[in-house]
Design a protein around this ligand. Structure first.
Ligand code: ASP
Length: 294
C-alpha cells in the first residue's frame, strides 16, 4: 500500500514497517532471508537495491541497511534525508539516525550537523564507543575523529527555496494533518512540494536469517532548533529483536515516540501477531491516543 493511501485510511501521519523473524506468529511461519524493506520515500527502490546487492552477495543485514539508507543520505535532491534536506527554523540542517543489529547492539546520533552520513556515525557509536547515543557537537566531533569530513554549511537549492518560502510566514506546521488538508485530497508531497518531512527506515534479513535496521532523517522541516523526533530513538523509530522481528517508522515523530512505536510493533509480533497486524494495531493505538485537538 502506498504511504499516502495508508495515511488517508488511518487519518494520522504515522506508519510502521515490520519484518517477522523466527519466533514470528502463532502460525509459526518461518521467514527466510534475504529480505529488505524500507519506508515510503521516493528513492526507496534505489536504496533497497543498494541493500539487496549486499544481501545477494551473502553480506550481513547490518552492512545492507547501512549502505541502503546511505543512498538517500547522499542524495542532495530530497527534502528530508541527508545534508540536502530542509533546515530547522534557524536555517541549520540537523540530522538524526539510529542503527540496531541482531545482537541487540545499538547506536544513534541526533542533531548532527555538517556530517554527510549520520547512519555511519551511528554505526561507529555502536561499534567504537561504550555509549549508545551522541548528540550535537559531541556527535559531530566524534564523526570527525573517525575520519568524516566536516562539510560546509550550505543549503541545497531546493531546501533554500522551501526555507525562503517558509520564512515568509514562519509558521511551524508539520504538513501532514489530514483534517486541515481537507480529507482525501492530500496532495502528493513530492509533486506539490508541500511535504516537509520524511525518513528512510530500512530493515533487512540476511541469508543467515539475522536482522538489522537503520533509520535516518532530517526530521521535521523548519522544526524548532533542538527538536528530536523518533528516528534516533531506539524503540521509537527503530527496533530489532532477532528472535521476533524488526520494525521501523516514519511520520510524526512525536506520535511515534508517544507509543514507543517500533518496540510496540515488535512486541505485538512477539505475542503472535503477523507483521501486518502488528503495524496496524500500533497505528490504531496511536490514533486512539491522539485527541482531535492535537
Ligand atoms: N519521523 C520523522 C521525525 O519525526 C519525520 C518523518 O518520518 O516524516 O523526525
Amino acid at each position: 500500500m502506498q504511504r499516502r493511501e495508508l495515511i488517508k485510511l488511518l487519518g494520522l501521519g504515522t506508519i510502521a514497517a515490520g519484518i517477522g523473524n523466527k519466533a514470528f506468529s502463532a502460525t509459526n511461519k518461518k521467514v527466510k532471508g534475504p529480505l529488505v524493506l524500507s519506508t515510503w520515500y521516493n528513492q526507496s527502490v534505489t536504496a533497497n537495491l543498494a541493500a539487496w546487492k549486499i544481501l545477494e552477495a551473502k553480506g550481513t543485514a547490518l552492512d545492507a541497511v547501512e549502505a541502503g539508507v546511505q543512498v538517500s543520505e547522499n542524495d542532495w535532491g530530497n527534502c528530508c534525508v541527508g545534508l540536502g534536506a530542509n533546515p530547522d527554523r534557524e536555517g541549520h540542517v540537523t540530522l538524526d539516525a539510529s542503527i540496531m543489529n541482531h545482537r541487540y547492539e545499538i547506536g544513534a546520533v541526533a542533531a548532527l550537523e555538517r556530517i554527510k552520513s549520520p547512519i555511519h556515525t551511528a554505526r561507529l557509536v555502536m561499534e567504537k564507543t561504550p555509549h549508545v547515543m551522541l548528540v550535537g557537537l559531541g556527535a559531530q566531533e566524534f564523526a570527525v575523529s573517525q575520519g568524516a569530513a566536516l562539510e560546509k554549511e550550505v543549503l541545497s537549492d531546493h531546501a533554500q527555496k522551501s526555507y525562503d518560502e517558509w520564512l515568509k510566514k514562519s509558521e511551524y506546521q508539520p504538513i501532514m494533518n489530514i483534517e486541515k488538508q481537507g480529507g482525501p485530497h492530500m496532495p502528493d508531497p513530492m509533486e506539490s512540494g508541500e511535504f516537509n518531512h520524511d525518513t528512510i527506515g530500512m530493515i533487512a534479513m540476511d541469508a543467515e536469517g539475522n536482522l538489522s535496521g537503520a533509520c535516518t532523517t532530517s526530521g521535521m522541516g523548519f522544526k524548532m532548533r533542538g527538536r528530536l523526533g523518533d528516528s534516533p530513538i531506539i524503540g521509537a523509530g527503530l527496533y530489532v529483536d532477532n528472535e521476533v522481528g524488526a520494525a521501523t517508522a516514519t511520520g510524526h515523530g512525536e506520535e511515534v515516540i508517544r507509543i514507543c512505536g517500533s518496540f510496540l510493533v515488535v512486541e505485538l509480533m512477539r505475542q503472535g501477531h503477523s507483521p501486518e497486524q502488528a503495524c496496524k494495531k500500533a497505528v490504531e493505538r496511536s490514533k486512539a491516543k491522539t485527541p482531535r485537538d492535537r
